[in-house]
Write a protein that binds this ligand. Structure first.
Ligand code: AFP
Length: 314
């Protein structure tokens, strides 16, 4: 025993200690921690909204803000005073907002509450954050330095990467994020697939890819929430999530800046890959905030196989 610290305490590695041990740059450590803490307030807002009470009004009888906008308010208000954030942009806004004095180090992208249409079903939803060292209107690989997502499910978990691996934390009863899985690494291939979009709207080559996966015995896992569906591929150490180009929307549905770049950064740090079916997500230049693109993300085998099917006869 020696230094009097109980074994149990010795093995609790909370988020701040983990980032310090991983030698994450100090301001980035404090920024990631502040955002993770906001997850607790967003979770409280989800519970407070309590959609199961008919005619529920908040204390003041005010019209309840949509949860997405409440989550956006919580994040923006906190980051405004963080001292580290120059610009903030989220799915809930239509322009980049300068919230710092103009010399701060970081630029934040946020999908404050992805999957909010699932709240009334009590399924898991999440917050997706990208942390950039320069303007986001460039290739993700040239700007993104960290990313995290928070999953509001039976447990609240937070997965982050600051470029030194991908790690999962769970919020304990004391309200601390403690390390649950460190240096998560995907296998070469998995056994699950998440096929977004309607089959009737999919291209021929994409349908052939889905049929291939099913013939290989892959199990369909799709909740309609990008965060829990990606989290399942990560925690199960493999598989693939796809939301493809569709006949009527060749750019697919998911947003490059707010949803795909952060998840691509996290999955690449776990040894996986993320592409739009041809190019790596982090190599795509961001031209506008609403830019969407098809996504194939997960373990190497499945994503590379998708690229083969999509390239056939083209
Ligand atoms: P909402 O935020 O409107 O619930 O959409 C969730 C989402 O953007 C993403 O989280 C899911 O992966 C995807 O949409 C599900 O789309 P479909 O409803 O078309 O399957």
């Amino acid at each position: 025993m020696g230094d009097g610290i109980s074994d149990y305490t010795r093995f609790i590695i909370d988020l701040r200690r983990h980032m310090w041990m991983a030698r994450v740059e100090e301001e980035l450590r404090r920024l990631i921690w502040q955002i993770a803490v906001m997850g607790k307030y967003i979770s409280a807002k989800i519970h407070e909204s309590n959609r199961k009470l008919a005619g529920y009004k908040n204390l003041y009888g005010e019209e309840q803000l949509s949860l997405d906008r409440s989550a956006d308010d919580i994040l923006r208000n906190q980051l405004q005073y963080s001292g580290f954030v120059r610009e903030y942009v989220s799915e809930e806004q239509d322009a980049v907002v300068q919230i710092g004095k103009g010399a701060e180090k970081y630029f934040i992208t946020a999908d404050p509450l992805d999957g909010s249409s699932l709240v009334d079903t009590n399924l898991s939803i999440g917050t997706i954050i990208g942390i950039h060292k320069k303007s986001v209107f460039t290739r993700g690989r040239d700007s993104i330095v960290a990313a995290l997502y928070i999953t509001y499910g039976p447990l609240i978990t937070m997965v982050y990467s600051a470029g030194k691996g991908t790690h999962e934390f769970v919020l304990n009863r004391e309200g601390e994020y403690v390390l649950s899985q460190e240096h998560i690494i995907l296998e070469e291939r998995g056994s699950i697939y998440s096929p977004g979009g309607l089959r009737k709207d999919c291209t021929e080559n994409h349908l052939k890819y889905l049929e291939y996966l099913e013939a290989q015995g892959y199990k369909l896992r799709y909740s309609g929430g990008f965060v829990p569906d990606i989290n399942q591929v990560l925690i199960k150490r493999g598989g693939v999530f796809t939301y493809p180009a569709l006949k009527k929307s060749p750019r697919g549905k998911l947003r490059l800046l707010f949803e795909l770049q952060p998840m691509a950064f996290i999955i690449e740090q776990a040894g996986g890959i993320a592409t739009d079916g041809k190019e790596e997500i982090l190599s795509l230049k961001v031209d506008n905030l609403d830019q969407r693109c098809p996504i194939y993300i997960g373990s190497r085998f499945e994503v590379e196989k998708a690229m083969e099917f999509l390239a056939a006869n083209s």
